[in-house]
Design a protein around this ligand. Structure first.
Ligand SMILES: [Zn+2]
Length: 414
């Protein structure tokens, strides 16, 4: 199912010709962050020397009374700047792939081998430019190349988290992986600067990272306060892999040289009929660090209970899940369990663009009419900030207008 052509949301900017003076922007849907929504709200904006500053926020009648001669605009919704809580910017020159998840993994490996330079700093810079053009407020970027990680920590203008992606599929290699990480983490942490991203840790998935390394990363994240993120329960093939050690994912892993089925000497576990990837991560203590879990499209009721008990936020990427035939994230069950949800794009390879307006449209196409616009905007703002371990942005007087998201701005006919 291709969802990328279905765009119903326009993220607006003020006209370039917007003159000096005061403007009131009224909205029927105000998402102020942290669960505060309102039905008839407005902001008063003052424009001076091309700068648009929010002067007042509040209920429309009272804001309107402050500036009776202000020009009037209307937006379908106003919320803080969108946060993209999960993407892989270094894949931004990869082709847009559409295949079942195991075949997608094969195509990713083949592309990497035939284009060894594709996953690098120029591609990440291209992706970063896409986000800046959208005025994304923060990003959670998964990075497997050290040059990209260092570049983002030193130079990226976008705050958020630069997650170091870890792959280590054999317990026998865990010691050297841990030792290398122990040497590099203090170096990378020393690159933190005001306004830039912080370092995070991202074991790729519970089938590409062995038990000892998963446990080390969870301990380190807790001890040093580093954000932690992992792909989990993404495809039906992953569930089969934990149950039986066989199936399409096992065949792909064998084809690229990994030992399957997994055992205590390789990944550090034995498949079992009752074992799910979420349950496995809980049993080895990984979830004690309350990591952010990405995808969770293939979970049981027990998995959802475990995730809620461990206080893990969850990121959903509906276009990626649809393009890779992974199934549908059961958002209502997560919402009922009180689990914080973020909506994010994933990479260009699986989502086909980094556009959060398209992801929002896809969320409605996939999740149906029960999903309200207010809830989806919470996922893109407060929920996404929570997934990155950041405080959500509040809309307060004195801030610049261009840090806010205005959906479908137009002249107010009222
Ligand atoms: Zn991803």
């Amino acid at each position: 199912m291709a969802l990328n052509e279905d765009r119903r949301f326009t993220i607006s900017r003020l006209p370039e010709t917007f003159g000096a003076g005061e403007t009131i922007i009224r909205t029927p849907l105000w998402v102020g962050g942290g669960g505060s929504t309102s039905v008839d709200h407005a902001i008063l904006v003052r424009t001076e020397s091309g700068r648009h500053t929010v002067i007042a926020v509040g209920e429309h009648t009272s804001v309107s009374a402050m500036a009776p001669y202000a020009r009037r605009l209307r937006a379908d919704a106003i919320c803080p700047g969108f946060v993209n809580a999960h993407t892989h910017l270094e894949l931004s020159t990869y082709p847009a792939l559409e295949a079942d998840f195991p075949s997608f993994l094969v195509e990713m490996v083949q592309h990497r081998r035939s284009h060894p330079q594709a996953r690098g700093t120029p591609a990440a810079a291209l992706g970063l430019r896409h986000l800046i053009e959208q005025r994304v407020a923060a990003v959670g970027d998964i990075i497997a190349r050290e040059s990209v990680l260092v570049s983002e920590l030193q130079h990226s203008p976008l705050p958020g988290v630069a997650y170091w992606e870890v792959v280590c599929t054999s317990q026998s290699a865990a010691g050297s992986t841990i030792e290398a990480l122990g040497r590099r983490l203090p170096v990378w942490r020393s690159l933190h600067r005001a306004g830039g991203p912080v370092l995070g840790l991202a074991p790729q998935s519970p089938y590409l990272v062995c038990r000892d390394v998963l446990q080390f990363l969870a301990r380190t994240a807790r001890a040093e306060g580093l954000p932690l993120q992992i792909h989990v329960a993404e495809s039906p093939a992953e569930i089969e892999f934990f149950r039986s050690g066989s199936g399409a994912l096992a065949r792909v892993l064998r084809s690229v040289g990994f030992t399957v089925p997994p055992d205590p000497a390789t990944l550090g576990f034995r498949p079992a009929p009752a074992l799910s990837p979420v349950r496995y991560l809980a049993e080895i203590g990984f979830l004690d660090a309350s990591p952010t879990l990405v995808h969770c499209a293939n979970v049981s009721d027990e998995d959802i209970r475990i995730i809620a008990e461990h206080g893990c936020p969850v990121v959903t990427c509906p276009r990626s899940n649809a393009n890779l035939r992974c199934g549908v994230f059961p958002w209502q069950a997560f919402s009922t369990a009180g689990i914080p949800i973020a909506l994010a794009t994933d990479s260009i390879a699986s989502a086909h663009s980094l556009d959060l307006g398209s992801e929002l449209a896809a969320a409605f196409a996939v999740f149906g009419a029960d999903l309200s616009l207010g809830t989806a905007l919470e996922w893109l703002t407060a929920g996404a900030s929570r997934a990155l371990g950041r405080a959500g942005q509040a809309i307060t007087p004195g801030g610049p207008l261009d840090t806010l998201t205005l959906l479908d701005l137009r002249a107010d006919a009222a």
